[in-house]
Design a protein around this ligand. Structure first.
Ligand code: FES
Ligand code: FES
Length: 221
């Protein structure tokens, strides 16, 4: 075999042989793939447009009364008008539409009790309650407990006196559950109080402090 280095200008350099058939196939395959991608993008645009059109249609339905979005809610004794999505939870409405951020969101799935509010005096997880289902009910949040002159509710005061909270994140929910208990049962036993607060988790483990607070509030009342 010759050691001579072959270059493309060398007459002995083998000219590349192209088979126009496969090349044409490749080109057409690329072209068709490009067309396919264009088609996918185009169909995506069509789908988005359809979604937009559907959204507009939904808005139209809403504005014509098919979906009533403007609700009148009774919160802390006041009437509040608020635009509520059909799938919106009460916790979201309270915190992000009405700025009542005393209601906390912990798990957002009915496990921790941080979002507890009163609905017709019954303690309820607001993260698991659709706002549309409470339009005719009386809602009380932690902001609605203190008196007009700023006097704290007995449960709030007892929480301070007993040094109930540690980090405080679960405290609004604990208080709301305790208030619901004392409205239904002004003289609970400690076990009844423990049961009433059993749906409220405290990651700081301040359970005994909270129970002491509930019992103190019951005595004060
Ligand atoms: Fe509602 Fe945890 S945030 S139960
Ligand atoms: Fe911290 Fe209860 S005081 S989670």
């Amino acid at each position: 075999m010759s050691d001579k280095k072959l270059t493309s200008g060398d007459s002995s350099y083998p000219e590349p042989q192209f088979d126009s058939g496969p090349v044409t196939d490749i080109v057409s395959a690329k072209a068709s793939r490009r067309q396919f991608i264009k088609g996918v993008i185009a169909s995506g645009v069509v789908a988005s447009s359809a979604g937009l059109m559907y959204g507009c249609a939904q808005e139209e339905v809403a504005s014509t009364g098919g979906v009533e979005r403007l609700l009148r809610l009774t919160i802390n004794g006041q009437t509040r008008n608020v635009d509520v999505l059909p799938n919106e939870t009460l916790a979201m409405t309270l915190r992000y539409k009405l700025n009542l951020t005393g209601t906390k969101l912990g798990c957002d799935r009915g496990e921790c009790g941080a979002c507890t509010v009163l609905i017709d005096d019954v303690s309820t997880y607001s993260c698991s309650t659709l706002t549309h289902t409470v339009r005719d009910r009386s809602i009380t949040t932690i902001e609605g407990l203190e008196a007009a002159d700023g006097t704290l509710h007995p449960v709030q005061q007892a929480m301070i006196d007993e040094l109930g909270p540690q980090c405080g994140f679960c405290t609004p929910g604990q208080i709301m559950s305790a208030v619901a208990l004392l409205r239904a049962n002004p003289n609970p036993t400690r076990d009844e109080a423990r049961l009433a607060l059993s749906g409220n988790l405290c990651r700081c483990g301040a359970y005994d402090h909270y129970l002491n607070s509930v019992m103190r509030a019951a005595e004060m009342a």
